[in-house]
Ligand binder design. Structure first.
Ligand SMILES: NC(=O)c1ccc[n+]([C@@H]2O[C@H](COP(=O)([O-])OP(=O)(O)OC[C@H]3O[C@@H](n4cnc5c(N)ncnc54)[C@H](O)[C@@H]3O)[C@@H](O)[C@H]2O)c1
Length: 250
């Protein structure tokens, strides 16, 4: 059993769909969890939410000043498309350049900034585990056919920057694994596949048919892999992308 007793964990993107899954797992294994998101709120397993934008270096430095070096860092904050964007019904030639850049900014540059600020403190402390949340789309391109049943014209497109950003996250994972391995900090990526929640039945049917394990992930499928990577159970694992996708990318 993964034991994180006495460890301090920091999780970004705490109040979305997966943040509470990671936080509940870490807290359940005994960690004290610092939850970070754009807005204040509550999440089970943490004492409130620390308000900080992963793009805001000053806010991150102020938080580091208060909490010190975490033992575990989960870079989970990410966007699929800008909150104000209407890329859902845009032809590829009309996707705003700023929307493309915004996804790269939050997902790649944000992961870099949080790692730079907190990971360097972990390096100085000489220990720790960083887990970057990737995606199946770091490895494969989204299939437009998954969405062609939606009544949208032009048809729905996953944001083209999303997979590129997640491939960037996996690349940063390898970068920091090499850089900080000698300092006792392990850096791995956890790339979920489709996670159940709110998808329409036809999408679920198509996605399930393409997934070797014939279902989407539920929270409980993700917690074991996270605890493995964040705990001493994976003490000789670094620079690895653990795909938790039911075999979708196999
Ligand atoms: N849900 C899935 O099916 C799935 C699959 C594969 C990968 N992922 C990845 O898992 C992570 C979490 O996904 P999710 O489904 O919970 O997403 P979500 O949109 O439900 O939650 C993301 C959270 O990140 C926060 N956030 C966004 N920008 C931020 C910023 N600049 N600073 C701080 N916080 C910010 C949001 O406020 C939100 O609470 C993401 O990196 C996502 O790409 C999700």
């Amino acid at each position: 059993m993964a034991d994180l007793s006495g460890r301090l964990a920091l999780v970004t993107g705490a109040s979305g769909k997966l943040g509470p899954v990671w936080i509940g797992a870490l807290a359940g294994a005994g960690a004290r969890v610092i939850a970070v998101d754009l807005h204040a709120g509550e999440v089970e397993g943490a004492k409130g939410i620390e308000v900080a934008d992963v793009m805001d270096r000053d806010a991150l430095l102020a938080l580091r000043e208060r909490i010190g070096a975490p033992d575990v860092l989960v870079n989970n904050a990410g966007i699929d498309q800008p909150p104000s964007g209407d890329a859902r019904s845009l032809a590829i030639e009309d996707v705003p350049f700023d929307d493309f850049r915004r996804v790269l900014d939050v997902n790649v540059a944000g992961t870099f900034l949080v790692t730079q600020v907190f990971g360097s403190a972990m390096r100085d402390a000489g220990r720790g585990s960083i887990v970057n949340i990737g995606s199946l789309y770091a490895t494969i391109a989204p299939d437009p056919g998954m969405y062609d049943h939606l009544d949208l014209d032009p048809p729905f497109l996953k944001p083209p920057a999303y997979g590129a950003s997640k491939a960037g996250v996996v690349s940063l994972t390898r970068y920091f694994a090499r850089l900080w391995g000698p300092h006792g900090v392990r850096v791995n990526a956890l790339s979920p596949g489709g996670v159940l929640g709110g998808q329409d039945p036809e999408f679920l049917r198509k996605f399930t048919a393409r997934t070797p394990l014939r279902r989407l992930a539920e929270g409980g499928d993700l917690t074991g892999p996270l605890l493995f990577l964040t705990s001493d159970e994976s003490s000789y694992v670094t620079g690895h992308e653990l795909r938790v996708d039911g075999g979708f990318t196999a």
